[in-house]
Design a protein around this ligand. Structure first.
Ligand code: PXG
Length: 295
């Protein structure tokens, strides 16, 4: 069965799910998106993702032609049509077709599409051995330009950082903001654990307010009784951390064991990190919006 893509209210075969070359999403990266996951017949934090999508759209003055309720139903229906229970969902809204100028007012209709497909999981060794990362020279966009809180279709800042990491043989890049403070990775948030406290950069430093990040803060403070705070820190704090890990929809919680050649603590995934991996996985299998009413 060919994958069916939701495109402006219709389900079309993957091969026929097409967007115009005049779409400003393509011509200028003018649009917003979300990456969402379904686990065991439930969509994890669906409402939180939709709320962030609506905020991103509002921030760029893009009017989404569907309410949160309708978007939710469209996501669930896309999963049902493709008979998926465990999936990766990409929800995209572009500015729509316009002319060859920048002006979004000349674009006709925003385009809404949803792709749901089987998820490609990260290799197990990432979780058992931990990641080795580098900080890169590409700085995170300043919030006064394109605010990193907006999950827009223009990911070139992150892509340039990813290229730097890949060229050096590393799977992810840690990005600093213009002042040298740690911001986030190219598609993940970052945490350190030091002196009994979890610390993650605040959004204003130049980070996306990750849904996984929020869930991890919640688990740490409420379930594990570990304080978790937003804090501004530098590379020095990465190198001297007791533990370090990344969070993201695709990655979930993944340990970091070496940064810029420095071994973090004893070079093994940390105890707290491992507990958070476990607790986060438990949360994903019990929480979420049901796709099929009988499940
Ligand atoms: N920072 C950035 C810049 C992101 O793009 C995150 C942090 C983590 O946020 P969430 O809400 O997912 O916890 C993201 C999200 C991919 C992929 O295929 C990337 C993301 C989400 C889904 C898939 O690399 N990035």
């Amino acid at each position: 069965m060919s994958l069916k893509v939701y495109l402006n209210g219709n389900f079309v075969d993957k091969e026929r799910a097409l967007i115009s070359v005049f779409d400003h999403g393509l011509l200028y990266g003018d649009g917003v998106f979300e990456g969402i996951r379904a686990y065991k017949g439930r969509v994890f934090k669906l409402r939180e993702h939709l709320s962030r999508l609506l905020d991103s759209a509002r921030a760029i003055m893009l009017k989404i032609p569907l309410t949160a309720r309708k978007l939710e139903e469209a996501v669930l229906e896309t999963l049902r049509v493709n008979q998926l229970k465990d999936a990766y969902i990409r929800l995209v809204v572009t500015r729509g077709s316009g002319d060859l100028g920048l002006d979004p007012a000349k674009c006709s209709h925003p385009q809404v599409f949803i792709i749901a497909d089987r998820i490609k999981l990260y290799p197990q060794e990432f979780y058992t051995n931990g990641l080795e990362l580098i900080t890169v020279s590409t700085r995170r966009n300043i919030p006064e330009a394109v605010n990193p809180r907006i999950k827009s279709l223009n990911y070139l800042n992150n892509i340039l950082a990813k290229i730097e990491a890949s060229l050096n043989g590393f799977p992810e890049a840690i990005m600093l903001n213009k002042d040298g403070y740690v911001a986030e990775c190219t598609g993940d948030n970052i945490f350190i654990y030091k002196h009994g406290t979890l610390i993650t950069p605040p959004a204003w430093v130049g980070a996306l307010r990750g849904i996984t990040r929020e869930a991890v803060i919640d688990i740490a403070t409420k379930k594990l009784k570990i304080p978790a705070v937003e804090g501004v820190f530098t590379r020095y704090h990465l190198y001297t951390a007791n533990e370090c890990f990344l969070t993201g929809t695709a990655a979930e919680v993944v340990p970091v064991v070496r940064i810029d050649g420095r071994v973090i603590a004893d070079g093994k995934p940390g105890k707290i990190t491992c507990r958070l991996i476990q607790e986060f996985r438990a949360l994903t299998s019990r929480e979420g919006v049901k796709i099929y009413s009988e499940s």
